[in-house]
Design a protein. Structure first.
Length: 123
């Protein structure tokens, strides 16, 4: 069995937000590290309404809303009470949408030569 090469990347220029930079980082695997992949490759991760919506879906699914009123407002926003299965289906749908947007942006960054891909210790 051959081992996978370690693949790193870096932005050639600072992307302009607080969460990303030009340091060399390991390329996140979207199947195992979806949050890290979205953080790096969604164009506006910090201000993306869909990311906030996904976060609220997880809070609802895991019963982790800290404020009852916020939870009730969110339940009303999504059209009323949902079963765990319905919430999980919505989570999967939203994650698929975000992943596709991140893949498209990643590809665009490569085409525009805005990121550099480095393998096995390249600097």
């Amino acid at each position: 069995m051959t081992s996978m090469k370690k693949i790193n990347f870096r932005f050639r220029e600072h992307p302009g937000d607080l969460l990303r930079g030009t340091l060399i980082k390991e390329l996140p695997n979207p199947e195992k590290e979806l949050d890290a992949f979205l953080l790096q490759f969604l164009p506006c991760y910090q201000t993306d309404d869909t990311v906030a919506f996904l976060d609220d879906l997880y809070k609802l699914y895991d019963d982790e809303f800290e404020d009852e009123e916020d939870m009730l407002n969110f339940v009303e926003y999504i059209g009323g009470s949902k079963t765990k299965k319905e919430i999980k289906m919505e989570i999967n749908k939203v994650e698929d949408d975000l992943t596709m947007r991140a893949y498209k942006n990643f590809y665009q960054l490569i085409l525009e030569d805005k990121i550099e891909i480095l393998t096995n210790g390249e600097e």
